[in-house]
Design a protein around this ligand. Structure first.
Ligand code: SAH
Length: 474
């Protein structure tokens, strides 16, 4: 192929001949396709061809287990030219170069598109890396130059494109004619679809609320306008490290018009919220409530009724000691659409980053999450349940009451030298871990000047940290 030099010919870049292949999507439904070769590589190609509805013939003296299970025609002999009669597409996936060459020559002579796996020089077409959100298919190709790079790029795109995009496209396909009839051609129709995809209906689809989305879309078509998008996303922000966010959390964070956050949501996570979203701090400290829970509940309702996409970011998981339930109760009462996105709870995140497995075959078959929040200087917990053998106890919010908690656990039967740890700001670069025994934990933590948020882990699993610690904070 002749390559133009962009530097020499900057005037009309549109005609520069710099694509090795023309990307096209081929309809091979019910067409016969031949794959030569019977190994794992051939099997992968066959899977793709079958997914696209082809009738596949595999030519190979022997075929692997995966191919034996597949719905194909198997011709158990060596390749010869006549096997390509009637074929619309040929793939050679053998490890015998002479056979691959013969397939290439035979296909070329008959004008049939041919791909010889991993041999770009013998390909009239190449198979791209695929991001499958059928009916949306995204293909990435390096033209055979750097397949690994194409695969890496594919992995990145996978994370960017929500799994539900296929459903969204299918929904659009279903209503396409209706919308066209109602809104005609041109700008209004385009704006309508943009609002559907970016707005509440699209969000419904991505969250799996298909029926609701269809009802709303039908209504929108009947009224020739999409509904105002007021809704609330109750999102778990994890324990601190932004890497622990879910894909869905990140997507909604990028979409919100306004965000309500508190001091448990780390700066690193806040960095990822859409730049121009309004930020409202509703932080709560133990004795110093910036905004009472009632106020937050009402504010969520008010903002959503103004048509805003409201993001309520909560540390950890919204349904674990997060009062998330109360916030959405109010939304439900007011018929405001909402969705809840789980987050890595402090117990999970902190335990992993501190190298303390919460369960272990030898030490703990169950784990209990509890809160050590003081009420009128008392901690009213089910101490008998918390001191059961072969169990790990994770205590949220227990820093102020730590001495009392340890004293009660010993009083109810745990040994004074029972392992216990306190982790401060787990998963962040400020993480600190104190490993001690029930007897001296509170004193050591006080001496070291630990500050909230901390979590306490009690149980023999704490001993494993010595071996399993991996995370190195600053
Ligand atoms: N919904 C949250 C918990 C909220 S209660 C979750 O699922 O994690 C607040 C308590 O969580 C804090 O007092 C502390 O005990 C714990 N916590 C949250 N983040 C933490 C962190 N990074 N390190 C240690 N403890 C944390």
């Amino acid at each position: 192929m002749q390559r133009s030099n962009a530097l020499k010919e900057p005037i009309c870049p549109s005609i520069i001949d710099d694509m090795d292949f023309l990307p096209i999507f081929l309809n091979i439904r019910q067409q016969s396709c031949v794959v030569v070769g019977g190994g794992e590589v051939a099997a992968r190609k066959v899977t793709l061809l079958l997914k696209a509805g082809a009738k596949v013939t595999v030519v190979a003296p022997e075929i692997c287990g995966a191919l034996q299970q597949a719905t194909i025609q198997h011709i158990a002999r060596r390749f010869d030219d006549t096997l390509l009669d009637g074929a619309k597409l040929v793939i050679a996936a053998t490890d015998d170069h002479a056979v691959n060459l013969a397939v290439h020559a035979a296909a070329t002579a008959r004008g049939i598109p041919v791909n010889v796996v991993d041999t770009p020089a013998l390909c009239s077409f190449v198979m791209p890396s695929i991001i499958d959100r059928a009916p949306i298919i995204i293909a990435v190709s390096s033209g055979g130059a750097a397949p690994v790079l194409a695969r890496l790029l594919r992995a990145r795109l996978e994370t960017l494109i929500p799994a539900g995009y296929g459903r969204l496209a299918a929904l659009a396909g279903k209503f396409r004619d209706q919308v066209k009839q109602k809104l005609g051609e041109g700008l209004p129709r385009r704006a309508f679809w943009e609002n559907v995809f970016e707005g509440a209906i699209g969000e419904d689809m991505l969250a799996g609320r298909e029926e609701h989305a269809m009802q709303r879309l039908q209504q929108a078509i009947d009224q020739s306008s999409t509904p105002a998008g007021g809704e609330v996303y109750l999102v778990g922000a994890g324990p601190g490290d932004p890497d622990l966010l879910t894909f869905r959390a990140l997507r909604l964070m990028q979409k919100a018009d306004v965000v309500l956050h508190d001091n448990l949501v780390s700066d690193g996570v806040m960095e990822l919220v859409r730049r121009d979203a309004e930020r409202i701090y509703v932080g709560k400290q133990r004795a110093d409530h910036t905004m009472p829970q009632e106020g937050i509940n009402d504010l969520l309702v008010r903002l959503a009724l103004q048509g805003k996409r409201v993001l309520r970011l909560k540390g950890g998981d919204p349904f674990i000691f997060g009062r998330g339930g109360e916030e959405i109760e109010k939304l439900a009462e007011n018929n405001i659409p909402f969705q809840v996105v789980p987050g890595v709870s402090a117990a999970n995140g902190v335990a992993s980053y501190a190298g303390i497995p919460l369960t272990h075959r030898d030490y703990a078959q169950s784990v209990v999450f509890t809160t050590g929040h003081l009420r009128d200087d008392n901690i009213d917990l089910d101490w008998v349940a918390l001191t059961r053998p072969q169990q790990t106890v994770v205590i949220y919010m227990g820093l102020t009451g730590l001495a009392e908690i340890c004293r009660q656990l010993i009083a109810h039967g745990l040994p004074a030298d029972w392992p216990a740890a306190v982790v401060q700001q787990g998963t962040t670069r400020h993480q600190r871990v104190m490993v001690a025994t029930l007897n001296d934990l509170a004193e050591k933590v006080a001496q070291a000047g630990f500050k909230a948020p901390t979590i306490t882990i009690v149980g023999e699993v704490v001993k494993l940290r010595e071996k399993l610690s991996w995370f190195e904070p600053e």
